[in-house]
Design a protein around this ligand. Structure first.
Ligand code: GCB
Length: 605
């Protein structure tokens, strides 16, 4: 078997799909006997027989906020999940069966009926295992998952386990997990788990790129399809279907192109009356008697960039959006369709056209909505706050990059890769490190610009020379010069211009903002009130409007779409409060201010 694709599972004429979501069985390992489950082979037994504290646990969901138990909320180490499921007898024989996890944070080992089928590192990307041989057909099966959320200096993102050696203050063996970021390191099986079948010979991977002629009159789709288990006589057919299911064009072969006139283009929200148009590429494999069908949604658009901008379908774009988080009450980072649809309703209500997947790849279920709604995405990997840059870390960073591009390469919404957020990029080692990450990213995908979200000064940063776009985060009048709204414009203008003048690249602000506690008010404004948050935003807007006229400034993204959970900290009133919306999606004053701003921006363009 060659390399394995990670196409989203689907039902088709030739495929079946079973969800394993639901309530699983769950147990944590004893704090000081972390290996017990491996030593005693819990995966060969029933969890309820080996652990006294077995509880029900929903999937997909974070486990942290499900119980009333602070030990589970704050748990660091190995936890165990298990469930049983039936596999129909009809699957026996000429099928392959795969088990796919949308994501699980961070280190995962998976067994089927006591036999290890896969393991995976990294908390935010899918992994799949063929389990054809391990399943019992026409009977009950068991899947066991061991999951460890520990972060170390070599994980992406980084963290570290600290053993304070102060016996006056801490009991023996006491340790603390530290993080290089402020969001809750939610843990669990966060995204859907699927069991799906394919025929013996099957469509394993598809890569699609698109372009349009200068006048957008012609569209071209190039595709290459990877099959597994096929004979050399296998044939591949492709049909391009429009949104009504009508056939637009057809072709054949594993690698080919489709060119056609008057394509319905994928436009970003607000740039066209019908943003986010998606075609379906229907792929049909015929290998002797075996047939496989897979349908991929694609958008036809061109994407290019130069030293002053990013262009979609040859038109310059201005990003108006925010950083987000996958974060909600009770579920933590678990995929939730109600929340996804609500958030896209709010994105449209705000009149935004973009967001950044700060600070990790978001669920495929979210990305589908971005594709469909014409929301441009800066697709970020979890390289947040890196503070040292060795070869081992680089290896994991490149692996995460590879997995992300593998997953999202065909998405029209993804208009830029972000290889990380706020690293210590003033360190000399950051230069060779990020040059390698950028080169690797461009090798895998030369069709999209690459950025890294910076927070060190333009005068000291070592990573900017390798990037296509400079994104920077700054909290004038919040973390620095707190309370001094009058300084924002000057500081913003100077810094954005300096970035551009030094590196001659497009510049964008990917974070600015202030915390506000919904319902707190004061006039004149003071920090933590809604009034201060909105007063601060308005000062930034004035600066943005001046910068926009200078040609190189390509976007504004406020921090954050909504308040989100953080570890307990004395300066955070239960969450990071920089949201336009509260954690439960009630608009703050800032949401109305932003809605007005984004509407005005549309009128200006
Ligand atoms: C930042 C980080 C973001 C934090 C934010 C804050 O610079 O990129 O992850 O949440 O500041 O609110 O402190």
């Amino acid at each position: 078997n060659g390399p394995q694709g990670i196409l989203y599972p689907q039902q088709s004429e030739s495929r079946e799909l079973f969800s394993l979501d639901g309530v699983w069985t769950f147990a944590i390992s004893p704090k000081f006997d972390q290996d017990i489950g491996f030593k005693n082979q819990w995966y060969r037994k029933e969890l309820k027989k080996v652990s006294k504290y077995v509880i029900p646990m929903p999937v997909p969901s974070s486990y942290n906020d499900i119980t009333q138990n602070a030990t589970i909320r704050d748990y660091v180490g190995w936890v165990w999940y298990e469930r049983t499921f039936f596999v129909p007898a009809r699957w026996r024989g000429e099928q392959r069966v795969f088990l796919r996890f949308g994501s699980a944070n961070y280190e995962t080992v998976v067994w089927i009926n006591g036999v290890k089928v896969t393991n995976h590192s990294g908390g935010y990307l899918p992994f799949v295992a063929e389990v054809t041989k391990q399943l019992s057909y026409g009977s009950e099966n068991k899947v066991t998952v061991a999951l460890n959320n520990t972060l170390t200096p070599l994980t992406i993102p980084q963290g570290r386990i600290v053993f304070p050696n102060n016996t006056d203050r801490y009991p023996p063996g006491y340790f603390i997990q530290e993080y290089n970021f402020d969001f809750t390191n939610y843990a669990g099986i966060h995204r859907p788990v699927y069991l799906y079948t394919t025929p013996r010979s099957y469509i394993d991977d598809v890569t699609v790129t698109t372009e349009t002629s200068e006048d957008n009159y012609f569209g071209t789709i190039r595709y290459s399809i990877l099959c597994q288990g096929c004979s050399k006589d296998a044939m591949l057919y492709t049909d391009l279907l429009d949104e009504d299911g009508a056939n637009v064009a057809s072709n054949f072969g594993p690698k080919n192109k489709i060119s056609f006139k008057r394509p319905k283009l994928w436009w970003p929200n607000l740039m066209h009356e019908r943003p986010g148009y998606l075609y379906t590429l229907k792929i049909h494999l015929k290998d002797g008697d075996v047939e496989d069908f897979y349908r991929l949604k694609i958008g036809v658009r061109s994407l290019s960039w130069n030293s002053s901008g990013i262009f979609i379908n040859h038109q310059k774009v201005y990003f108006q959006g925010f950083g987000k988080h996958e974060d909600f009450l009770i579920k933590g980072r678990g995929v939730d369709y109600s929340l996804i649809v609500k958030d896209f309703n709010l994105i449209n209500w705000l009149g935004a056209n973009s967001f950044r997947t700060s600070h990790y790849p978001y669920a495929e279920e979210i990305m589908d909505f971005a594709d469909k709604n014409g929301i441009m995405v800066i697709d970020e990997i979890p390289g947040v706050g890196l503070d040292h840059f060795g070869a081992d870390l680089l290896k994991n960073h490149l692996e995460a990059m590879k997995e992300l591009i593998h997953r999202d390469k065909n998405r029209p919404s993804v208009v830029m890769w972000s290889i990380g957020n706020e690293p210590q990029s003033q360190k000399p080692e950051a230069a060779p490190y990020y040059s390698q990450v950028v080169n690797f990213t461009k090798l895998l995908d030369p069709t999209r610009p690459v950025t890294l979200v910076l927070s060190r000064g333009y005068f000291e940063d070592k990573a900017a020379p390798f990037l296509d776009v400079i994104c920077f985060n700054r909290y004038y009048s919040w973390y620095s010069d707190t309370g001094h709204l009058e300084l924002i414009q000057q500081q913003l203008l100077n810094e954005a211009r300096n970035w551009h003048n030094k590196f001659r690249k497009p510049v964008m602000m990917t974070e600015y903002g202030a915390g506000s506690i919904a319902g707190f008010h004061s006039d004149p404004p003071v920090v933590w009130t809604e009034d201060y948050q909105t007063a601060l935003m308005k000062e930034y807007f004035k600066g943005f409007d001046i910068l926009r006229k200078e040609g190189f400034f390509i976007g504004e993204m406020i921090w954050n779409f909504a308040d989100f959970g953080t570890p307990q900290e004395s300066f955070r009133p239960t969450a990071c409060m920089k949201g336009l919306f509260t954690r439960d999606r009630k608009p703050k004053m800032a949401a109305y201010t932003m809605r007005k701003r984004y509407a005005e921006l549309c009128e200006m363009t």
